[in-house]
Structure formats: C-alpha cells, structure tokens
Design a protein around this ligand. Structure first.
Ligand SMILES: [Fe+2]
Length: 319
C-alpha cells in the first residue's frame, strides 16, 4: 500500500493534512508528532514517502531526514518549512537529505502534487531495482498508458535499436542494455502530467520545460535504483543531438554514448512512422527522407547509413 508518513509536532497541522487526505483512499496516511516515533514506524513497515516538519523539539527535521536516509534509503523525503527557514531547506536539498520542500502555510493542491510525484518516484525506484525484465516492460507500458499514441512504442524502439546494435557488432550484455534502455528510455515521463503529454498543440514554456526534464528525472531514478551505466546513458542522453544541439547536456558527436546514439535513431524513426496527437503517421518513404534530412544535426551519420537498410527490411515486412 502506498504509505505516506507525516511528522509534525503541531497537532493542528497534522489535523488539517489528515482532513485534506480524507478522500484519497488510494493512499495510506500515518501521522506522528516526533522524529523518534516516525523512526519506530520505519523500522516496522514499508513507508514510501515521509513528509517532515523542519523545526521540531528534540530531533530536528534535518537530523530526522538524514536518519531516514541511512535507515531506508529508498523512502522519499520531503521537508515542510516556514518561509523564513527557506535557505536552510535549500541547504537540506543540496545535501540531498530532502527530495523537495514545501513551504508553510502550504497550498493543498501543491502539497498533494509533490507527494504524488514522490510516490511515483518511489514506485519507479523499487521497480527498476528488481532486475526483473517483466517489471521493466510493465513499467514501460505504464508510461505508454499516459499517452495512448505511444502504445507499443517502447517495444518497437527496442526491436529497431537491437537490430542496429547487432549490425554494428554489439553483443551479449550490450544488447540487453540496448533492449532495457529502449524500453525504459522515457520512464522519466511518469513525472510529466498527462495533460502535457497529450496536448495537441504547441506547449507553453513551462510545460515544455517539464517535458524536457524527463531524461534527467528518469536517469536520476535509474541511478538510485543502481541500474547499469549503459541503461542510464540511454535514459539520460536519448534526446542529445549529434551536432550538440540536444538536451539535457548538449553533448556532441561521439561524446554521446553509442547506446544513446542508437536508441535516438530508433526512437525518432518509430515516432515518425506512427500517428501522433498532432499529426498522422508519415509514409515509409517519407520517414526515410525525414531521417536523412535530420541526420547532419540529429544523428550519427554512420549509424543512420547502417540503419536505413535495416529499416527497409522492416518496411517490407509491414507491407
Ligand atoms: Fe524521450
């Protein structure tokens, strides 16, 4: 059960949070008034998210959260603090004792959103940490469900990317990395709201920013789940472009790890070849033309040269 533990020495605060969560029967909320009581609960049961006050007698919020970190590293930690304590809260985040902070007095919607994001993050870390392929695939399908147009996308990207990887001589474990990375490349989209993912027109700047965070968000979680470097590279760098104009790091040419260069081609190929919310799928010939036009800026030209005959084979199979 998705369990959230709230820690605050002021009963009125806990009461109003409890009222706020009355209608959420998908979440189990626990309330305690001290860090020690909270640690006792953490010893006994699985808690997905803790939300702690900063200023408490006996054990302070930061000390409490760092103890949570040591005891239950996967539990996501959120700090609540009065506005005046902001610089301390930021310090806590920088030391990564806390995933987010919420200022008091809080906005109910905002607090719920932060907690929901933390719950998703916990679920993702736990799933990625299983080292179980079926869990990876079902996770990829959960992401696809958020955007019905991408149904089957991850699996097709894996198929194209593995074919290209074999063609350039990767084998064994490297092919597993390509497959898992292809499935999970957009796992960070779990953190992007559905209304943004399914928006049919041009996104405003804020929404665009939240979409562009998905590689970093996903990679951070994958790192925490101790996934292999290759899979993390694919998640983090699948939107980099060969000319250095991509995101999130603006890596250029061969500085982009080869596994990410491979998946980037497969990802765009499949996106062009299927319907999107804002346009119909392109014909196979048109897809290849677009891919060629994009190559100087977007893709490793050697890889595209190798990919086209493989894609043609795929196109023939589909006719
Ligand atoms: Fe992506």
């Amino acid at each position: 059960m998705r369990t959230v533990l709230f820690v605050d020495d002021e009963p009125s605060i806990l009461n109003s949070i409890e009222r706020m969560y009355l209608e959420r029967d998908d979440i189990r909320c626990l309330f305690v008034s001290s860090g020690q009581e909270a640690l006792d609960i953490l010893d006994r049961e699985e808690v997905w998210v803790v939300v702690s006050d900063y200023l408490m007698p006996n054990m302070r919020g930061i000390e409490f959260l760092s103890r949570v970190k040591a005891r239950r590293p996967h539990t996501i930690r959120i700090m609540m603090t009065a506005y005046a304590d902001l610089s301390i809260a930021i310090d806590a985040i920088n030391k990564s004792e806390a995933f987010r902070f919420v200022t008091k007095p809080w906005n109910n919607k905002e607090l719920m959103e932060v907690v929901d994001e933390a719950l998703m993050r916990y679920h993702l870390i736990e799933s990625l940490g299983t080292e179980d392929e079926t869990v990876y695939l079902s996770l990829a399908q959960t992401v696809e469900l958020k955007d019905p147009y991408t149904k089957g996308h991850c699996d097709r990207v894996a198929k194209y990317a593995v074919a290209l990887a074999k063609d350039v001589g990767l084998d064994g474990e490297q092919l597993e990395v390509i497959k898992h990375g292809s499935w999970l490349h957009d796992c960070g989209k779990i953190g992007v709201p559905e209304r943004v993912l399914n928006f049919p027109g041009r996104l405003n700047e804020d929404d665009m920013e939240s979409v562009m965070q998905h590689p970093r968000w996903g990679a951070e979680v994958a790192r925490q789940a101790k996934m292999s470097e290759g899979v993390i590279n694919i998640i983090l760098y699948h939107h980099e472009q060969y000319s250095g104009t991509g995101y999130p790091s603006g890596l250029k040419g061969d500085n982009i790890p080869i596994e990410a260069r491979i998946v980037a081609i497969a990802d765009v190929f499949d996106a062009l070849y299927t319907d999107r919310p804002y346009r119909k799928a392109y014909s196979f010939e048109r897809v290849l033309d677009i891919l060629k036009e994009m190559t100087p800026t977007h893709f490793d030209p050697e890889l595209v040269k190798r990919f086209i005959p493989l894609a043609k084979k795929e196109g023939e199979n589909n006719e």
